[in-house]
Design a protein around this ligand. Sequence first.
Ligand SMILES: NC(=O)C1=CN([C@@H]2O[C@H](COP(=O)(O)OP(=O)(O)OC[C@H]3O[C@@H](n4cnc5c(N)ncnc54)[C@H](O)[C@@H]3O)[C@@H](O)[C@H]2O)C=CC1
Ligand SMILES: O=C(O)[C@H]1O[C@H](OP(=O)(O)OP(=O)(O)OC[C@H]2O[C@@H](n3ccc(=O)[nH]c3=O)[C@H](O)[C@@H]2O)[C@H](O)[C@@H](O)[C@@H]1O
Length: 444
Amino acid sequence: MKVTAIGTGYVGLVTGACLAEMGNHVVCLDVNPEKIRILNEGQIPIHEPGLLEVVRRNVEAGRLQFTTDVDMAVQHGTMLFIGVGTPPDEDGSADLQYVVAAARSIGQRMTDYKVIVDKSTVPVGTADKVRAAVKEELVKRGLGDMAFAVVSNPEFLKEGAAVEDFSKPDRIIVGSDDEQATLLMRALYAPFNRTQDRMVVMDVRSAEFTKYAANAMLATRISFMNELALLAERVGADIELVRRGIGSDPRIGYQFLYAGAGYGGSCFPKDVKALVKAASDAGIPLKVLTAVEEANERQKHVLVDKVVARFGSDLKGRRFAIWGLAFKPNTDDMREAPSLVIIDELTKRGATVAAYDPVSMPETARVLGPRDDVTLVDRAEAALQGADALLIVTEWKEFRTPDFDAIKGSLKAPVVFDGRNLYDPKLMKALGIEHYGIGRGATV
Ligand SMILES: NC(=O)C1=CN([C@@H]2O[C@H](COP(=O)(O)OP(=O)(O)OC[C@H]3O[C@@H](n4cnc5c(N)ncnc54)[C@H](O)[C@@H]3O)[C@@H](O)[C@H]2O)C=CC1
Ligand SMILES: O=C(O)[C@H]1O[C@H](OP(=O)(O)OP(=O)(O)OC[C@H]2O[C@@H](n3ccc(=O)[nH]c3=O)[C@H](O)[C@@H]2O)[C@H](O)[C@@H](O)[C@@H]1O
């Protein structure tokens, strides 16, 4: 099939590349010429495991191309996927300006039947706005009768596992009230849907809602565990043992129950805020979800609270090593990363920071700008030299079994604030390391 992916970010690029992998002819369009230049030079603008190989393979096979040429891109696809950003507006609601602009650019150019697929995360009612924008542009061109469909097909991939998640989806949600469009969506997704029918077809509004409900549920599990972790510390229980204890119940399951330094990323924070705002506008305030957001804001400060409890609130003259800057492992994405809050809180109190991340240092440098109080170092061990303590913020694999002797030898005193519960508190005690985890009340 002929497919156009509008927006070459995490979602648009992965969608375009993975659809090309199945034999479709895909054009990826972006308004950012720099991204298209990088892609046309055989590189990818993001760190995403396995993506470069899929992109290169399909470019070589002549099934995948990148362009800023809107006329060509709109002309090319029968299926046009909108995967542009939906960042939070000032009031927390999803800013739909990029989605509507993409819709308009389609309406201004299309000359035959198109299926317009909303892949971006968008509030209930957005498909209607997209339809109205396309129609308005068609009417301006005297083509008001031209047929097209708008379908909701939210994406559930996780950064760092995007290709794997897209290629082996748990479910494929299709919100459609157009039979022909539904058939085309079935055909397009058939290769990803062979072993078991994972496509759930529903009305458009329910599909739009499903995306927010999924992210809200996952964020709720994390905030719930983070709050229980605070209590566990106070009452002398270990949240890691509690996690294993409750996860064994299949009704609960093990996933997304890790207490930590708070959730970040481009989606949970913005989608929780957007759903809270949409609900309040609809006169149905979501009390649980409001608390989820509040708990997460508090959680991002928990590690620094522990630093302050140990070293005092005046941190002038102190230096801290930070391991892990990206909002999660296997990505260079720094959007809403807890590390940024932690760096801010430490430096505000007069400390300096030496930080290391396996892939996100260029992105961190871009986000932080030039700073005297933050040094980015190119090896984990280099961050430790002469630091008062080590803070673990992102659970990259290479931090899981470090050289503990080197940690002890390099820090001024062996103090570790373990924001992702990587280390066994009993082992740390045995090694003579002062270890502060999250919710590890029983074992410290
Ligand atoms: N990042 C993720 O893991 C996931 C994101 N989503 C959702 O997907 C949407 C996109 O997210 P990301 O891919 O992370 O965004 P992103 O910010 O990485 O990429 C968006 C791209 O769209 C481009 N763009 C903006 N307006 C355009 C236009 N009119 N025509 C062509 N290109 C245009 C931008 O230049 C940018 O390259 C958001 O709604 C997000 O909530 C959904 C699931 C996973
Ligand atoms: O809508 C989206 O963009 C995506 O948002 C999340 O994916 P992502 O943000 O890439 O990453 P996650 O693995 O979900 O992690 C999000 C944050 O939660 C934190 N987290 C995750 C799991 C956990 O148990 N504890 C925890 O603190 C992570 O450290 C990270 O900061 C969802 O998992 C995807 O299904 C969804 O498609």
